[in-house]
Design a protein around this ligand. Structure first.
Ligand SMILES: [Zn+2]
Length: 179
C-alpha cells in the first residue's frame, strides 16, 4: 500500500517553498500612447535575487533574456539564468516564461499589470531595473517609438504624426507570487 513517510513529506514541503512562479507587475501613466512593451529575444531583464535557502541577496543587478538559455540544474530542460549562491553555494535557477510576456496598454494606466512571469527555483526576485530597449506605439497615430530608456522611470517624446507629446511616467513595479 502507498504510504507517505516522513521524508516524502519533508521533500514535498521543500518543493513547495522551492519552486515559485513570480510575476513582475508594473504600473505607469501613459500619455497619448496605445501601449509599451519589450521586444525581441535580446531584451535584458535586470533583477536582484534573494536565495530562498539562506537569504543572501545578489549585491548587483543580474540579467536574463529570452535569447540566452542554459541547461537547467533542476527539473526543467532549460532555464534563463543559473546563479550559484555565494553564501550557501546552492545552485539556484530562474526561467522566463515566454508565453507570459505582455504589453502595458493605455487601459492599464495607473494599475498594476503582470508583464512577465518568472519560474523561480530556489530564488525570489526582489528588485527590478527597467533600463533600455522598450518600445511604444502612439495612441491614434500608430507611430512606433523604439529604444526607449526607462532608467529614470519616465520617458518623454513628441509624436509628430499626431502632433502631441507622448510620455510614460510614474513607473512602478512589484513582484507577486502566482500559482
Ligand atoms: Zn544561499
Amino acid at each position: 500500500m502507498f504510504k507517505f513517510n516522513h521524508l516524502m513529506i519533508v521533500n514535498l514541503v521543500v518543493l513547495f517553498f522551492y519552486i515559485k512562479k513570480t510575476a513582475l507587475q508594473i504600473s505607469a501613466q501613459l500619455e497619448n500612447l496605445k501601449k509599451f512593451y519589450t521586444i525581441g529575444e535580446d531584451f535584458r531583464w535586470y533583477i536582484k535575487l534573494k536565495c530562498c535557502n539562506c537569504g543572501e541577496e545578489t549585491p548587483e543587478f543580474v540579467y536574463c533574456s529570452l535569447g540566452e538559455t542554459y541547461p537547467a540544474p533542476h527539473g526543467k530542460s532549460s532555464c534563463s539564468l543559473i546563479l550559484k549562491c555565494k553564501l550557501c553555494k546552492r545552485e539556484n535557477s530562474l526561467d522566463i516564461i515566454k508565453d507570459s510576456l505582455c504589453s502595458y496598454t493605455s487601459e492599464d494606466s495607473g494599475k498594476f499589470k503582470t508583464i512577465l512571469v518568472f519560474d523561480c527555483r530556489g530564488v525570489t526576485p526582489i528588485d527590478f531595473s527597467p533600463r533600455v530597449g522598450w518600445e511604444a506605439v502612439g495612441l491614434e497615430s500608430d507611430t512606433s517609438f523604439t529604444d526607449i530608456d526607462l532608467s529614470s522611470s519616465e520617458w518623454y517624446d513628441y509624436d509628430e504624426k499626431a502632433g502631441n507629446s507622448v510620455s510614460i511616467t510614474e513607473l512602478k513595479f512589484q513582484f507577486v507570487i502566482v500559482k
